[in-house]
Design a protein around this ligand. Structure first.
Ligand code: NAG
Ligand code: NAG
Ligand code: NAG
Ligand code: NAG
Ligand code: NAG
Length: 584
């Protein structure tokens, strides 16, 4: 009662105060007060998508008109960063914390490993659930499942439809880890139950349909949090890594490289999915109060483990490297709640910023010190760029990579980026792709028409004050295209020396300034900050797998294997025989 009175007195001013949200009273109260006004949040997460594979960054090889339109009607997130691989990236999204503060800083949770993101950390869906949201995850999780308590519906999601592990086959929904000695395992669920229905349907289609169903069932009755976490465009199992429907691949016959052709089809289905989600939100009359985000989880793996032929051009490196090609990702946001749209968002943004940013957009008070957030609230800057309070700190920091097992550090402060050590013995440190100039999408002859013609643009234009102009779109695309710049180049071998770059003028990390006396104070500051951050790091949570965790001992499925008694009995999803089989 006292709480209620206090809250009435302070009203919305409370939002700017630190208020504990892990408090049932506060949560219940928030529901009563703000139901119906809270924005719907639709977070579309792509897996292993290359930076240059969204055509608003300038590529003509294959277009992504729906995703591009989301950016042109909303904002293209120009300096968007995330950890370089899945589990750390998703952990940062769900907790607002650096991987060093969730124990996920060293590699992913491979399916056979008995650990998960620590359960004493509050997750984003928990916060929104307590604030009265319907919380839904469609698709990939990858934050642990060895015990029930690690899984999505025990971490704040009311509902989950999808898979718990790192990836599955696009049709058969089973996965074989790239670790010898474990069998193939089926990994697909509705909440805690194994789900067999519609096996054989392409995953992007399945997840899009499920998201549409959730949106239509919601029908604007309750604030919706929908995380649509696609399998696309992650590779499937190593025997058949790139998968797309034949009729989609046929649209890209002009692309000569067969892998790249299939990849283009995978991206194209992802792009169409965005259009369908926008269209469905409009149909359910929800768009007028929605925030829609498209985001890649990390850089694309052009080569190596789970390579999907993605391109991060012109950035160096790729997924699981400390370079910009690993950590700088493609993303866009659209919401009528943002005053200024049809623009680029220039401030540096980190995937861990979404928790405080979206909580602010939903007027959910957070206790920053209790949550120990590393992310910052960028909602004022996103929603009202003209507000004086909206400008984020100029010298903001991001701990991109701090792994003391592989001895890799990548740390950014303002325009400065410090790299020491690297992955894969430096083999993935260079520019790994080029921009295809010969195989061009026929639609790129009239790029603007293709964007305008997208479902996304046709729906979103209703919310624009003035029509999207050809010149403006071309200007935004031009500004969103990265140019490496010329000038002095001094290379750096991160295996044996420290590297320092000014990424504002040298986004391609070609001019190492570490040896220059002019920057010795910057270098010293970066070293000191890394030492300070390292002192706060949790021990990495990684654990060794055991063969008794193999799906062959657990009904041929990836299960909560620490809690399930081992059993040789298999289950049969019908379509392709026993999922344990190690067939081709
Ligand atoms: C949370 O759990 C992790 C891992 O189990 C542990 O290292 C950490 O100390 C715990 N933190 C708190 C505040 O309990
Ligand atoms: C959705 O809500 C509207 C009113 O807002 C109502 O007219 C319509 O029948 C609802 N649709 C469904 C499928 O429940
Ligand atoms: C926020 O959390 C801290 C640490 O858990 C606690 O000491 C403090 O009282 C909380 N603040 C509010 C306003 O609830
Ligand atoms: C707010 O910003 C405007 C222009 O950006 C400036 O003219 C004004 O003085 C600022 N107000 C305050 C209180 O800083
Ligand atoms: C516009 O979309 C329609 C239907 O999706 C398609 O047939 C047509 O070729 C498109 N036009 C352009 C210019 O992209």
């Amino acid at each position: 009662m006292l709480w209620l009175i206090l809250k009435c007195l302070l009203g919305y001013a409370l939002i700017s105060f630190d208020v504990i949200i892990n408090n049932h009273l506060a949560a219940a109260d928030a529901t009563v007060e703000q139901d119906g006004e809270k924005p719907h949040i639709i977070f579309i997460l792509a897996d292993d998508l290359g930076f240059d594979d969204i055509s608003f960054h300038g590529s003509q090889e294959f277009l992504t008109p729906n995703i591009d339109a989301l950016g042109y009607h909303g904002k293209i997130l120009e300096h968007l960063y995330a950890p370089a691989i899945c589990t750390p990236s998703r952990g940062a999204l769900m907790t607002g914390r650096y991987p060093i503060h969730t124990g996920t800083q060293h590699f992913v949770i491979s399916n056979e490993e008995p650990w998960g993101l620590p359960t004493n950390i509050t997750m984003l869906p928990e916060i929104f659930q307590k604030a009265g949201y319907s919380t839904n995850l469609v698709g990939k999780w990858h934050l642990g499942f060895a015990k029930r308590e690690f899984t999505p519906t025990h971490r704040g999601f009311d509902y989950h439809y999808g898979y718990w592990g790192g990836f599955v086959d696009y049709y058969q929904r089973r996965s074989l880890m790239p670790v010898p000695g474990y069998s193939m395992g089926y990994d697909f669920r509705r909440n805690m139950e194994l789900e067999c229905a519609e096996r054989g349907t392409y995953a992007t289609e399945l997840f899009t349909r499920e998201a549409e169903r959730i949106i239509l069932a919601n029908n604007n009755t309750k604030p919706l949090l929908l995380v649509l976490s696609h399998l696309a465009v992650h590779a499937g199992n190593s025997d058949d890594p790139l998968q797309a429907p034949e009729e989609e691949i046929a649209k890209f016959q002009y692309i000569k490289d067969p892998n790249r052709r299939t990849y283009a089809a995978m991206v194209s289905r992802l792009d169409q999915s965005v259009g369908r989600i926008i269209h469905t939100l409009e149909k359910a009359n929800m768009l007028k109060n929605s925030i829609v985000i498209f985001h890649s989880d990390n850089g694309g793996p052009s080569v190596g483990l789970f390579a999907n032929s993605a391109s991060n051009f012109p950035l160096r490196g790729q997924k699981n490297t400390p370079w910009e090609g690993g950590v700088r990702v493609a993303g866009a946001i659209w919401s009528p709640l943002m005053r200024e749209r049809a623009s680029l968002f220039h401030p540096t943004m980190y995937i861990g910023d979404w928790l405080p940013t979206l909580a602010a957009a939903a007027s959910i008070p957070l206790n920053r010190s209790a949550l120990r957030l590393d992310g910052i609230n960028l909602w004022p800057a996103l929603s009202d760029a003209s507000s004086n309070h909206s400008l984020p700190k100029k010298n903001r920091e991001i701990v991109h990579f701090l792994d003391d097992i592989w001895n890799v550090v990548a740390f950014q402060q303002g325009d400065w980026k410090y790299v020491k050590g690297t992955t894969s013995a430096g083999r993935l440190d260079n520019l790994l792709t080029y921009r295809e100039l010969v195989d061009t999408d026929p639609r790129s002859l009239d790029y603007f028409a293709a964007v305008e013609n997208s479902t996304t643009s046709q729906v979103l234009r209703k919310y624009d004050e003035s029509q999207l102009q050809r010149e403006h779109v071309e200007q935004l695309r031009n500004e969103a295209t990265i140019r490496c710049g010329t000038g002095v180049q001094r290379s750096c071998n991160a295996l044996i020396e420290e590297c320092l770059y000014n990424v504002a003028v040298d986004p391609c990390e070609r001019n190492n300034l570490a040896a220059s006396r002019d920057y010795s104070d910057v270098l010293a500051r970066m070293r000191r900050r890394v030492r300070q951050h390292r002192r706060t790091a949790w021990p990495p949570g990684n654990q060794k797998g055991y063969f008794e965790y193999s799906p062959s001992h657990h009904r041929c499925a990836w299960t909560n294997f620490l809690e399930e008694s081992a059993s040789e009995e298999s289950f049969d999803c019908g379509l392709y025989g026993m999922p344990c089989e190690l067939d081709s």
